[in-house]
Design a protein around this ligand. Structure first.
Ligand code: HEC
Ligand code: HEC
Length: 311
């Protein structure tokens, strides 16, 4: 082949590769180049929308697992437990102004979900505490999972109803229903056989099986540290004394375990207890709390076992 012919063939191939690139560029930059009408989506818009769609789906799953016990299935709130979060003022900037948030609405939602609200704004209105969710603040979720939750909550924006979730303090408080009365614990049963073990403890996997607590069960400092973690992260569902009567328990299905029930705790040996709080229970409101670290988990475990006195 002559040199000229080779050059010609090379040029033809170069041109052929440019055509698809040009089509993609036109598709994506169409708006900027004026080649695609402003109201028609470019390829890039469509891919962004598909990405948002996936984030919303992931967010919906997480919401159905972790948020509905307090905020209701569709974010409609649960009276006296937690406010509705599908409301108009949360999206149009009024709530942001009220709490002194100067950034974007997405930023406000992200911050609230990631860090939680350590101080209850109105314990007279809502008895639960908004937990911390992001691992960055010691919660159970990854930052991308928090982003997915933000995308899901923002999805309510278009049809958010007007609800007065935060009436002024002077208004008469909603009447409280009395808490459930404590039922006497069942009488202790003898040490369990394998058949007496609760479902998740039938097969404790390798790194957990046989693990022993690195602290004494009557160490006061350990118990105090465990109580703090428990009150902060677990009591909303399991109740202040483990009786499964926390403000979020009513809406949960399955219900949280009653950690004050001796028969139940006997069916959950220490290694399995540690396994459950590390890995959570799939398909229930019980999240994996591994990110708290072994030290904190053993302390909260020891505190939880003080409800029954079983070791
Ligand atoms: C244990 C109950 C509980 C759970 C579970 C819970 N929340 Fe909350 N949440 C609350 C309470 C109570 C408040 C009000 C906090 C306050 O006093 O400012 C709140 C506030 C909020 C707010 C701000 C509302 C406002 O008007 O300022 C958002 C957003 C929110 N929660 C999202 C979520 C998401 C998303 C999840 C799931 C990852 C979740 N919450 C799980 C109890 C809960
Ligand atoms: C959002 C509600 C919620 C929170 C918060 C929560 N749990 Fe749970 N927990 C549950 C539910 C629901 C179950 C029942 C799971 C099942 O049916 O197996 C459960 C079960 C358990 C069990 C028994 C295992 C079993 O299969 O029943 C232990 C132990 C436990 N939780 C410890 C904790 C500890 C420790 C914390 C805090 C670090 C915590 N939980 C926070 C809802 C919660």
């Amino acid at each position: 082949m002559s040199t000229q012919l080779k050059i010609l063939v090379g040029m033809i191939f170069t041109l052929l590769t440019c055509v698809p690139l040009g089509v993609i560029a036109l598709n994506d930059l169409g708006h900027d180049l004026g080649a695609v009408p402003k109201n028609q989506a470019t390829g890039m818009d469509q891919r962004a929308a598909a990405f948002d769609g996936r984030a919303i789906e992931v967010g919906a799953d997480l919401f159905g697992q972790y948020c509905y016990p307090c905020h209701g299935k569709r974010g409609e709130g649960i009276p006296q437990v937690a406010p509705p979060i599908n409301r108009k003022d949360l999206f149009d900037g009024r709530r942001a102004k009220e709490i002194g948030w100067a950034g974007s609405i997405a930023g406000m939602l992200k911050n609230t979900i990631a860090a939680g609200r350590a101080v209850q704004a109105r314990p007279d209105l809502y008895s639960a505490k908004m937990p911390t969710w992001s691992q960055e603040y010691g919660g159970p979720l990854r930052p991308d999972q928090v982003d997915a939750l933000v995308a899901f909550v923002l999805n309510w924006q278009a049809e958010a109803p007007e609800v007065n979730a935060w009436p002024p303090a002077g208004a008469p408080p909603p009447t409280r229903t009395p808490g459930p009365t404590a039922t006497p614990g069942p009488t202790p049963t003898p040490a369990p056989t394998k058949a007496g073990l609760i479902a998740v403890c039938q097969n404790v996997p390798a790194p957990y099986a046989g693990k022993k607590a690195p602290f004494k069960f009557d160490d006061k400092a350990v118990l105090a540290a465990g109580k703090q973690i428990y009150d902060d992260k677990c009591a909303a569902c399991h109740g202040p004394l483990g009786k499964a009567d926390g403000p979020a328990a009513a809406a949960l299905n399955p219900k949280p375990a009653n950690l004050a029930d001796k028969t139940f705790v006997q069916g959950m040996p220490v290694d399995c207890h540690f396994y459950v709080i590390s890995e959570g229970v799939k398909g229930t409101g019980m999240a994996p709390w591994k990110s708290l670290g072994d030290d904190a988990l053993w302390k909260v475990l020891i505190y939880e076992r003080s409800f029954t006195g079983l070791q």
